[in-house]
Design a protein around this ligand. Structure first.
Ligand SMILES: NC(=O)c1ccc[n+]([C@@H]2O[C@H](COP(=O)([O-])OP(=O)(O)OC[C@H]3O[C@@H](n4cnc5c(N)ncnc54)[C@H](OP(=O)(O)O)[C@@H]3O)[C@@H](O)[C@H]2O)c1
Length: 323
């Protein structure tokens, strides 16, 4: 990573790597098999060696498995890593049941996370969604208490509205907004992204490949047992339309000598100094390709092609990111 190697989280906040490592897919999320643990740990360690220090996990990823995995990976090198943790989502047997962000629950969650990670302070702690039954003041106020206690360094939020973001930031400075953002998912450009920028809040952008759509490897129809069949974006005519757009991405990538995934990641990082691509990588072989994406530059013409082909509304159907 030669260019844009660091990003600042929040006004006067910490500098972390501009490319983040998402650890979610190193655990079983929807009840499927757990990926190769040794390879996952080796991937995290190699990412740290290569200067990717922003690691993203969640206490519900694999019911705590993911935090334990991250904990094992950073053992003996705590200072090399910046640990970002989401909390509050309640799962049972791989099914999402809702959110629990009552102050009493948050104070319980944090201690389990610290133990599983084997650390004393979480660098960035964030509710993974808002909980409509608990006022934003109480949610952020409780995490702010954890900052005072020394259990949390910085506060983040995830998948919230612009209005909620303003509210949260008025209670305690918010360092980062974690949000799904890609060529295929650009609605946040209307309000949320400008709000985060205005408030000096970094955007940690996940799902850069849009559930694999933008890797260029997807073919219609998907295999019957593919979890993406649950999402309208990957069904019937929608998928045919969407893969036509991906053909443009593939052609542009090929002309530049990169992979579609690299272009998809590079497009995200090009959206601003305050935006971090947060990419899932469960194997070491992904690292060189995705790190190289951070050095890609675009001509005006290439940007226009991408922005026009993937204009808001061009990709049909949704995923679990319905806003
Ligand atoms: N806040 C939230 O609501 C939320 C929701 C979802 C995710 N997240 C966070 O964001 C991170 C990223 O999100 P994501 O997993 O949904 O999206 P993603 O980064 O687009 O990853 C999707 C898939 O792309 C694959 N991939 C990575 N590099 C590739 C390459 N060069 N070529 C081909 N395929 C490649 C990964 O495979 P491998 O795993 O096989 O390497 C992964 O399975 C997660 O790990 C998690 O930490 C947050």
């Amino acid at each position: 990573m030669k260019n844009n190697t660091k990003i600042q989280l929040g006004l006067n906040g910490p500098l972390v790597s501009k490319l983040g490592l998402g650890c979610m897919r190193m655990s079983s999320i929807w009840g499927g098999p757990t990926p190769d643990e040794a390879e996952s740990i080796a991937t995290i360690r190699e990412a740290l060696d290569r200067g990717i220090n922003f690691l993203n996990t969640g206490d519900f990823y694999g019911a705590g498995h993911n935090e334990m995995l991250v904990g094992k990976s950073i053992k003996g090198r705590r200072d090399d890593a910046f640990i970002s943790v989401k909390f509050g989502a309640i799962f049972h047997n791989g099914q999402w049941l809702g959110m629990d962000l009552r102050p009493i629950a948050i104070k319980n969650f944090i201690n389990f996370s610290l133990t599983r990670l084997g650390i004393e302070t979480i660098d960035l702690y964030q509710p993974s969604r808002m909980d409509n039954s608990v006022p934003v003041e109480d949610i952020i106020g409780t995490v702010a208490d954890l900052v005072k206690e020394g259990k949390v360094r910085h506060i983040g939020v995830s998948e919230i509205t612009a209005e909620q973001l303003r509210k949260a930031n008025s209670i305690h400075p918010i360092s980062a907004l974690e949000i799904g953002y890609s060529l295929a998912e650009r609605q946040i450009e209307n309000e949320l992204l400008p709000t985060a920028k205005e408030l000096g809040i970094a955007t940690v952008a996940f799902a850069n490949t849009a559930e694999g759509l933008l890797t260029g490897d997807m073919k219609a129809p998907l295999p019957e047992n593919d979890y993406r069949n649950h999402f309208s974006r990957f069904k019937g005519e929608n998928l045919i339309n969407n893969l036509e757009k991906v053909e443009v991405l593939k052609q542009l990538a090929s002309n530049k000598g990169y992979t579609p995934t690299q272009i998809a990641i590079a497009w995200v990082k090009e959206q601003g100094e305050h935006i971090m691509p947060l990419v899932s990588m469960s194997r070491r072989s992904r690292l060189p390709e995705n790190i190289a994406a951070m050095d890609i530059e675009f001509t005006q013409e290439e940007m226009t092609t991408l922005n026009t082909t993937f204009a808001i509304g061009a990709i049909l159907g949704g995923t679990y990111l319905q806003r």
